[in-house]
Design a protein around this ligand. Sequence first.
Ligand SMILES: NC(=O)c1ccc[n+]([C@@H]2O[C@H](COP(=O)([O-])OP(=O)(O)OC[C@H]3O[C@@H](n4cnc5c(N)ncnc54)[C@H](O)[C@@H]3O)[C@@H](O)[C@H]2O)c1
Ligand SMILES: O=C(O)C(=O)C[C@@H](O)[C@H](O)[C@H](O)COP(=O)(O)O
Ligand SMILES: [Zn+2]
Length: 371
Amino acid sequence: MESDRTAEAEEKIVSVDLGDRSYPIHIVSSATGRFAAAVKKSISDLSHAVLICDQAVAALGESLREQLQPEVDRIDSIEVPSGEPSKSVQQFEALLEWMLQSGADRKSVVFAVGGGVIGDLAGYVAASFARGVRFVQIPTTLLAMVDSSVGGKTGINLSGAKNMVGAFWQPELVWIDTEAMKTLPDRSYLSGLAEVVKYGVIDDAEFFDCLERDAEALVRRDEDALRFAIARSCQSKASVVGEDERETSGRRAILNYGHTFAHAIEATAGYGALLHGEAVSIGMQMAATLAVRLGLCQPSLLERQTDLLKRCQLPITFPAADVDAMLPVMMRDKKVAHGKLRFILPSEIGRVDLVGDVDPVLVREAIQSHR
Ligand SMILES: NC(=O)c1ccc[n+]([C@@H]2O[C@H](COP(=O)([O-])OP(=O)(O)OC[C@H]3O[C@@H](n4cnc5c(N)ncnc54)[C@H](O)[C@@H]3O)[C@@H](O)[C@H]2O)c1
Ligand SMILES: O=C(O)C(=O)C[C@@H](O)[C@H](O)[C@H](O)COP(=O)(O)O
Ligand SMILES: [Zn+2]
């Protein structure tokens, strides 16, 4: 009983408030026994579970299957090859065909087990099959725990444009168990810290201060620092998404800080050459440099960001950056309006704005200064 109470006390729930599409984000540690109960609480009529699982976390997928078994009539599961190339039209189509063969219907529930690649891909499968079935996010990377599992952006890549095809489709719940990261390699883990740093710069100066205090603890995966960073990131994202679910008012666009550069780096380097978080780290450096050159912020902002990213062991330059290849890809960014690029740029730590009409010469220089 005592250990049950401790475990419950350690569970944190962050809500994403979206009216009838609201859902809880459970943040737990080693809470195997409580997963099925949390699912049942959010989904009362679960009979057919469809598990779409990254092949790197097949053992976790099997454990989740065993936990769900007593609660459902039927479970089908499939493993998807690891890595960004799986966010493709071909993999999307293969999963839809498999869903059909598995006898899925509108009451089936998709469980996405993996990092951001699986969450985005399986989420888009859920959004599309039979014009939409319910889904659950079970993130297994830090990046997915702090960012991609929350907010309902689902989708796949085209060869020259990241996340170009997709849908806004919210999950029924997000189940974050930090224990799922015990097998996560350091490179993937550290890449997630880039999106954590992002929240500090765009929205939460006090959190940025905490990250400056905790950087080394986070790098060594200190459980308290980690749970704090995950919860604060999820709160930040939930609040932004609650204000602007479909990126229509402009508020949600702040989550795209560094991403105009990052997505162009990912697409031109070849999907998977850099992890998304690594590209975001470099992209935030390019964006902050652009902001300094435009006189929008003090150089000290760039210095603090550089220092924190370095302490998080993230890359801050990309020597192979191909400016001439990147610029046309950047023109396909989803923030482009009336044929003009727009960037999320910082004015101070904790505050960013959507800025249009930027001189392309300065954009080039910002890329070149981080090669
Ligand atoms: N939808 C959104 O709001 C949103 C937000 C941020 C990023 N994204 C997308 O997320 C993707 C990046 O996500 P990611 O960084 O999680 O990458 P990922 O899903 O490719 O995972 C990184 C690597 O870790 C492996 N892995 C995952 N969990 C593991 C575990 N527990 N143990 C061992 N290996 C494990 C994977 O197989 C992969 O090789 C990108 O496609 C990006 O565009 C989406
Ligand atoms: O949730 C959002 O909104 C974000 O922008 C979060 C980003 O970290 C994420 O990489 C997202 O997938 C980018 O979206 P996109 O629409 O610019 O492709
Ligand atoms: Zn991102």
